[in-house]
Design a protein around this ligand. Structure first.
Ligand code: XIL
Length: 421
């Protein structure tokens, strides 16, 4: 097998160098332990982190430089950054060869813990951006379509379904031995106009939702490990959210949705998924009580998704997330971190990136320590294509790979946790 493919040369060299750096870092274990053992306060932690990350970054940069110079020499016209590829040249391109993934990738480190690490993906980028696809393949063991399975995409007409985009993602996952989370069957957002502008009776809406769920879950039967069946049904004050579905069907829509999904794919794990209920707050209490009462009624629900869209301005205490995970576990429920990102208010500074790394590290640590937390999924791969700048103006840099698909301090924080450093 050719270890170094044309346009992935830089990456491979980086990966190889990283491996050496990891070895060197563990040789300096004494010093690192000194720096990481419970510094007395947050400021100290940040300083210690800044030091470690800076050293690691400098080492990796050296490797990258070598990679880039060599890449130039060998003169390859492909893509080394996280930008989309140019349209193919007239002559046929040489067949793609696969980059060899490092054995210190998130994916391989997480395997030891029997945990999936995942990312939300955009099918268009999978097809056009080799660096993006390679990063996914090497670093992640679970994919979730960021938009492709949502109602408006998959069910664009009353009697019309379009699975082409979502199928491409599921095919890619299967070709690379990855699991897929299905997202999402019932949500108040990204609904098609034909649905929201119709004048439906309750019975008609029940029929539409039933058909939708049976068709979509049925289409992927046996291929989706977990479905976000109901998404964001609780509002920020801790009441049931006043949505299209609540207004049209009443609160029974929640249990009906789970029952239909179970009928269509009895093997799939069925999740309730929400944001802002990760720690201990009124919203997480409402979610807990909602799920508990569904379980009491015998509704087939197997897990709760903690979206984990965090900001450096406010994030839950790790201890509170641990307590929340534990009470869900007592109910017999699995938990997934389903959409993690940590947005940073501009300007992005090195100090903020290091603090972000600690937030990622703490949440992964909590998930690893909880016996029911089986997946850790990020809402995107690279800052270049994250939803954050569009939805939270003034914020950016929320993911673990930067605009060029290069790893950020948060990436190293996650690999360090998984490697037990
Ligand atoms: C977001 C996507 O990232 C955007 O591309 C899209 O325009 C809007 O939805 N909670 C969810 C996700 O459950 O589906 C949302 O995804 C982010 C918030």
């Amino acid at each position: 097998m050719n270890l170094v493919t044309n346009h992935h040369l830089g990456t491979v060299i980086l990966f190889k160098c990283e491996k050496q750096q990891l070895k060197r870092l563990s040789a300096r274990k004494g010093k690192i332990a000194l720096l990481t053992t419970e510094p007395p306060d947050k400021h100290d932690r940040l300083l210690a982190g800044a030091f470690l990350f800076e050293r690691r970054r400098r080492e990796v940069k050296k490797c990258l430089l070598v990679g880039m110079v060599l890449t130039l020499f060998i003169s390859l016209a492909g893509v080394t950054g996280c930008v989309e590829a140019r349209p193919p040249a007239e002559e046929a391109a040489p067949a793609e060869e696969e980059t060899v993934c490092i054995d210190t990738s998130l994916r391989s480190l997480a395997q030891v813990h029997n945990m999936q690490v995942g990312a939300a993906v955009q099918a268009g980028l999978l097809a056009t951006n080799p660096r993006y696809a390679e990063t996914l393949r090497c670093e992640f063991s679970m994919l979730v379509p960021e938009n492709a399975m949502k109602f408006e995409h998959v069910h664009p007409g009353r009697d019309r379904y379009d699975f082409s985009t979502a199928d491409a993602i599921v095919d890619f996952a299967e070709a690379n031995g990855m699991q897929v989370r299905g997202h999402t069957l019932v949500w108040h957002s990204q609904l098609p106009d034909w649905l929201t502008e119709g004048n439906w009776t309750r019975d008609e809406l029940i029929k539409i939702l039933q058909e939708h769920i049976m068709t979509v879950v049925g289409h992927y039967q046996g291929r989706i490990v977990a479905w976000d069946v109901v998404n964001e049904a609780v509002d920020d004050g801790g009441s049931l959210r006043d949505t299209f579905w609540l207004q049209g069907i009443g609160e029974d829509y929640i249990k009906l949705a789970f029952c239909w999904a179970h009928e269509a794919d009895p093997e799939a794990l069925l999740f309730y998924n929400d944001y802002g209920g990760e720690g201990l707050e009124p919203k997480s209490d409402t979610i807990y009580e909602l799920i508990q009462s569904l379980l009491d009624e015998g509704v087939p629900i197997h897990g709760v998704g903690l979206q984990m869209h965090l900001s450096l301005d406010s994030y839950p205490k790790a201890q509170d997330v641990a307590t929340n995970l534990n009470r869900l576990s007592v109910l017999g429920l699995e938990a997934h971190i389903t959409e993690m990102d940590v947005r940073i208010q501009q300007p992005v500074t090195e100090e903020k990136l290091n603090e972000q790394a600690y937030v990622y590290r703490d949440i992964l640590q909590v998930c690893l320590s909880a016996q029911n937390c089986k997946a850790f999924v990020l809402w995107g791969v690279t800052d270049r294509y994250s939803w954050i700048p569009l939805f939270f103006p003034g914020y950016q840099a929320a993911l673990i790979f930067d605009e060029n698909c290069d790893p950020k301090p948060a990436y190293y924080a996650l690999t360090d946790v998984l490697a037990g450093h």
